[in-house]
Ligand binder design. Structure first.
Ligand SMILES: NC(=O)c1ccc[n+]([C@@H]2O[C@H](COP(=O)([O-])OP(=O)(O)OC[C@H]3O[C@@H](n4cnc5c(N)ncnc54)[C@H](OP(=O)(O)O)[C@@H]3O)[C@@H](O)[C@H]2O)c1
Length: 422
């Protein structure tokens, strides 16, 4: 029986979840894995705060040095959140040769190189399964079970808050602001929802997952990011009429030595398995050159699902002590594709005059953009809504056409431009 001393940095939602899992399933883990995990210290901000679950007050400390100077601590698990001081604590632990498990997507996405470097130098392990899609074991699956594949592409719903909002909008015909307020009331959205609704949270996770999938560093700055704040109930209704739904997708592809990585609202067919992912659930649809398509589905957040991934990492870290498996990235230089080819949904409000539809279609044609479908709806007050789904077109072509459309005398406004994935 191996005995390992563990320190927790944080005892909030996720820290309490980890304590619950260790309490309820610790004995089972001990018997199955031959491993006795003992929590020896817990770092918090306020030792006197009321906790979600009973915690031995003698374990709590607000002094990080009590953890870093304690030689009985072998492994450190971080779930404080935020960039600082979490980054410094993770780096210091790795420097001391202590393996670290973290749920912190921001720290891993921003400081990957430095932390991997520290781990490589000291031989400590760095594990971050819970930083992407909470309870879904996607990182381990890619690393440990898909080694025989080149990953060609993946598309993920990796932010539960925005999926909850888009599900409610599409099922109840409600507007973004109205559903966001409900999500905040129910605790699905933060009081400041920016990181979720603008796509930043998904962008951190995409940076980590695409780096793992393509074995090339995909930095946050190389990822295009667009949130869901401009999606309207009208777009969702028109999408439905055309056979599509709207999801916030994190998409990454590697082709011909070029990586394309982006987070944006996306039209996907109502028959696509990702469309069936409702409410705050997460899913990742991934294509390997040998295995074909796989889909991973489950809870992307929450105390126990996230703790399930963290405790699994803790067990792996304890078992691998001294045999750290660091991420091996390929040396080859990759370029980041910025001028993607996509199909697009365009929605315009125009003056209801004869010939306008043909003139707008003509502008698209002049910019090489051909059309898959067209819909026209009268709005009253001499206005009409024009809706187009294009064939695949370079982003540059679409932008050229949009610039020309915006200065056309009959175009009142370009309301929406949303990418389409089949
Ligand atoms: N919530 C989820 O569903 C979820 C899912 C996946 C990943 N994550 C990630 O998990 C991490 C933690 O999330 P959470 O929801 O558990 O956060 P939380 O409930 O706010 O808990 C944070 C904990 O860290 C402690 N803490 C924060 N700053 C500290 C500091 N400077 N010094 C000492 N202690 C500090 C807090 O102490 P006090 O208790 O004394 O305030 C608290 O116990 C984040 O990185 C998050 O992105 C969360």
């Amino acid at each position: 029986m191996k005995k390992v001393g563990l320190a927790l940095l944080g005892a909030g939602t996720i820290g309490s979840g980890v304590l619950k899992v260790l309490k309820e399933n610790g004995e089972m883990i001990k018997n199955r894995e031959g491993l006795e995990i003992e929590v020896r210290r817990i770092l918090v901000r306020d030792k006197n705060k009321k906790r979600n679950i009973p915690v031995d007050p003698d374990l709590l400390t607000d002094k990080p040095e009590e953890i870093f100077l304690d030689e009985s601590i072998d492994v450190i698990a971080e779930f404080m959140g935020g960039e600082m001081p979490a980054f410094q604590y993770i780096r210091d632990a790795l420097r001391q040769g202590k393996s670290v498990i973290t749920a912190n997507k921001e720290v891993i996405a921003k400081h990957w190189d430095e932390l991997e470097d520290e781990a490589r130098k000291s031989g400590a392990g760095l594990y971050f399964e819970a930083s992407v899609a909470g309870g879904i074991p996607i990182i381990k699956s890619v690393r440990r079970s898909l080694q025989a594949n080149n990953i060609l592409k993946f598309m993920g719903i990796i932010n539960g808050t925005t999926n909850f909002i888009l599900t409610r909008m599409s099922e109840e015909g409600r507007d973004f602001a109205d559903v966001l307020a409900e999500a905040q009331r129910l605790g699905y959205a933060e009081p400041d929802p920016t990181a979720d609704v603008e796509g930043y949270d998904a962008r951190y996770k995409l940076s980590i997952l695409s780096t793992i999938c393509f074995r090339n560093r995909v930095a946050v700055d190389n990822i295009y990011c667009e949130g869901i704040t401009k999606i309207s109930a009208d777009d969702i209704e028109y999408a439905r009429q055309l056979g599509f739904g709207i999801k916030l997708l994190a998409i990454a592809k590697k082709q011909n030595g070029k990586i394309e990585a982006r987070v944006h609202p996306t039209f996907i067919p109502l028959s696509h398995p990702l469309y069936a992912v409702r409410d705050s659930y997460n899913a990742i649809y991934i294509e390997g050159d040998m295995v074909g398509n796989l889909m991973f589905y489950g809870r992307g957040a929450g105390d126990l699902p996230t703790a399930s991934a963290l405790v699994s990492d803790i067990v792996t870290a304890c078992q691998n002590e001294g045999a750290h498996h660091r991420t091996r990235l390929d040396e080859e230089a990759v370029a980041f594709e910025k001028d993607w080819k996509d199909e697009y949904y365009l929605r315009l409000v125009v003056s209801d005059k004869p010939g306008v539809l043909a003139e707008i279609a003509g502008i698209l044609g002049r910019h090489n953009v051909s059309l898959d479908s067209v819909m026209q709806k009268l709005r009253g007050n001499d206005k009409a809504t024009l809706i187009f789904i294009t064939h695949e077109a370079h982003e540059d072509w679409i932008n050229g056409a949009l610039t020309e459309m915006r200065s056309h005398p009959s175009v009142i406004s370009v309301e929406s431009v949303i990418r389409v994935e089949r």
